[in-house]
Unconditional design. Structure first.
Length: 103
């Protein structure tokens, strides 16, 4: 009478068990922008090199897997939604009477 539920059931829906299609698209676009910048920008100083490599580094940091969350992008989205949504929650349970007194 014991039911065994695997801990990684959501991982079967992900690409390579880690990434959503949006994550790979975001990372690929960051790498593509970096490659284009590497081709056309003269890498004469360290500052320019860091600026040219930053799209791939930022996109890579956003999609890196993090324990208890999917990735850093998910944490940022959840923090934004928490801070921008209503913070006052009203009880709508079984005993809620919409402010009317019962007889």
């Amino acid at each position: 009478m014991n039911y065994l539920i695997p801990a990684n059931t959501k991982r079967g829906k992900l690409i390579l068990g880690l990434f959503r299609p949006f994550d790979l698209t975001l990372f690929a676009s960051g790498v593509l922008v970096t490659v284009i910048l590497l081709a056309f920008m003269p890498l004469s100083s360290t500052f320019v090199t860091i600026l040219v490599l930053s799209p791939a580094l930022i996109c890579g940091a956003l999609v890196v897997p993090i324990p208890y969350y999917h990735n850093l992008l998910t944490i940022i989205i959840e923090m934004y939604e928490f801070l921008t949504n209503r913070q006052t929650y009203r009880w709508k349970g079984w005993c809620y009477r919409d402010g009317k007194k019962s007889k």
